[in-house]
Design a protein around this ligand. Structure first.
Ligand code: HEC
Ligand code: HEC
Ligand code: HEC
Ligand code: HEC
Length: 427
């Protein structure tokens, strides 16, 4: 299903724009009035009429039409896309999570995030960030969520690309997250181009049981893993029912998967990535049935002529005054205050539970060293530790810090705490 099917067509806005133009001919105040009307009239991304898609000749590798290729056809959208390079607010440098939350130096010990885990700042920085990280990245699969050039290369040559040498493939990459990632070469229609997400969710999109916009973001804002044999990027689920933290953990435990072994405790750990898609669409989500990712993170903007367009600058809804004044105002008088309350609660609990996990890590390491417990006893504690850290990490690495689904975040943290305490009671 194309989400554009629910939309009005461009013709309607051509009329609105003509109306605005008539006012503009008379008096400046009337323009302001008309703009104010437009401001109030189109409040949802879903109500912005879809412009026609002209033909362009793709200039990118493997048939990708680049953002620059669309710049003439969609000047407003292009300008908002380019605004993702604005790093206002990060001039003082980015948060280094390894310093802010030193417990992760212990919990991620044995893998790169224990020594290099820096705040992300936006779609324009993906290639720069991967070039600069000191985390080891051997294979091209590390580029899965960074550039449409990799997605198109996989689509052209097959999933063998994921196992190619990182440096060799990186040298061919030039576009950061861009139009092709969410639209293929047909802007205005959502097209899922990533093979692993198409396999997991295209049937659900076609059946209308999963919103295509959420899936488009879910190509990258998800929990994924690399196939231990082929190195291909995969999702640990194939249907929405399998996307809960419980089901994902059961899947990994069933196949005996681990991302790394903690050298102190001997625990074979799972490193969760950024499960925004699973968290926002998961059980307990207040707004999943009403709003999709674009409603809160893209929003409606107006150009100088008062014509609405879909902003492609990906921001926090708290920084989108138009959205707060229109769509959210009906029910939230202090959204920022509510979100801060949730985030303080969730990050506070994350810190408490990571301290428990560090204590468990130390006790396990000491027990291994002392050699008084049997391997079977140690393994029983290790299994609890693995599951506890998985539930904790599922919340810790989710980028909304509880705002997407505070009920699910609390549930995961409760499970993490109970499992960690059960393990600690065995010493
Ligand atoms: C092709 C992969 C990809 C897709 C598709 C994608 N993102 Fe992202 N997104 C990323 C990466 C990678 C980052 C972190 C970038 C960095 O700073 O290095 C990110 C960062 C973000 C941020 C944080 C920006 C900031 O300033 O901190 C937001 C918000 C966001 N994405 C929203 C979305 C939404 C909404 C969608 C779907 C409409 C989406 N993304 C689709 C890869 C993607
Ligand atoms: C991270 C995902 C993402 C990227 C990257 C992206 N778009 Fe979009 N785009 C969307 C979403 C989501 C919508 C809203 C779709 C909907 O609700 O049907 C949209 C809507 C549109 C529309 C229709 C606007 C309307 O009035 O409904 C056009 C045209 C468009 N995008 C062009 C582009 C162009 C050109 C680029 C690159 C410069 C681009 N997009 C990059 C996700 C993306
Ligand atoms: C109902 C509104 C809403 C929807 C829908 C929503 N989010 Fe969010 N999202 C938020 C809020 C609120 C925050 C916290 C923002 C803040 O701290 O300023 C957030 C934070 C984020 C961040 C971190 C941004 C940053 O600057 O660090 C990312 C990434 C993100 N969301 C992606 C997504 C994706 C992907 C989806 C769809 C699967 C989605 N969101 C759906 C409200 C929403
Ligand atoms: C029809 C009423 C309504 C509208 C409109 C609405 N919300 Fe909400 N929202 C709620 C309710 C009810 C809750 C649950 C609050 C609670 O439990 O106290 C909520 C909770 C939230 C939460 C916290 C979710 C969680 O899991 O704890 C966020 C974030 C949020 N809303 C963002 C938004 C944003 C952004 C908008 C505008 C795009 C918006 N809301 C529009 C009614 C609404």
């Amino acid at each position: 299903m194309s989400t554009s099917a629910n939309k009005k067509f461009w013709g309607n806005v051509a009329c609105a724009a003509a109306l605005v133009a008539v006012f503009a001919g008379s008096m400046a105040s009337q323009v302001a009035q008309a703009n104010a009307k437009a401001y109030a009239a189109v409040t949802s991304v879903k109500d912005v009429p879809v412009p026609n898609v002209p033909k362009v000749t793709p200039t990118g590798a493997n048939g990708v039409a680049t953002a620059a290729d669309w710049s003439k056809a969609y000047p407003d959208i292009y300008a908002s896309h380019m605004a993702n390079a604005d790093n206002t607010g990060h001039e003082g440098g980015r948060i280094k999570y390894t310093e802010q939350d030193p417990d992760i130096q212990t919990l991620y010990q044995g893998m790169g995030f224990s020594f290099d885990y820096t705040e992300a700042i936006g779609h324009a920085y993906t290639l720069q960030d991967i070039a600069e990280t000191t985390r080891p990245h051997k294979l091209a699969n590390c580029l899965t969520c960074k550039t449409p050039d990799l997605t198109a290369l996989v689509n052209a040559q097959g999933t063998g690309v994921y196992a190619m040498d990182f440096e060799e493939v990186m040298a061919q990459m030039s576009e950061t997250v861009s139009c092709y990632n969410c639209h293929g070469n047909t802007p205005g229609t959502i097209v899922i181009e990533s093979d692993y997400m198409k396999n997991a969710m295209q049937d659900e999109i076609d059946a209308g049981t999963m919103d295509a916009v959420n899936v488009s973001c879910g190509q990258c804002h998800i929990e994924y893993y690399f196939d231990p044999d082929t190195k291909a990027t995969l999702t640990p689920y194939g249907t929405p029912e399998e996307m809960s933290p419980d089901a994902i953990l059961a899947y990994y435990n069933g196949m005996g998967f681990s991302d790394y072994t903690n050298e102190n405790s001997g625990v074979q750990q799972i490193k969760v990535q950024h499960p925004e898609f699973e968290t926002y669409t998961g059980a307990g989500s207040v707004h999943a049935g009403t709003f999709n990712c674009a409603d809160c993170h893209m929003g409606v903007a107006y150009n100088a002529k008062g014509v609405p367009y879909v902003s492609h600058e990906f921001t926090s809804p708290l920084d989108n005054q138009h959205l707060l004044d229109t769509t959210c105002a009906a029910c939230h008088s202090d959204l920022a205050g509510m979100v801060k309350g949730i985030q303080d609660e969730i990050t506070g609990r994350e810190t408490e539970i990571s301290a428990l996990l560090v204590e468990l890590n130390a006790k396990l390491a000491a027990a291994v060293e002392a050699g008084e417990m049997s391997e079977a006893e140690l393994d029983a504690i290790r299994a609890l530790d693995r599951d506890a850290q998985f539930y904790w990490d599922f919340v810790y690495v989710e980028n909304s810090e509880g705002a997407h689904n505070s009920a699910l975040a609390r549930e995961c943290l409760d499970k993490a705490e109970a499992l960690a305490n059960e393990a600690l009671a065995k010493f």
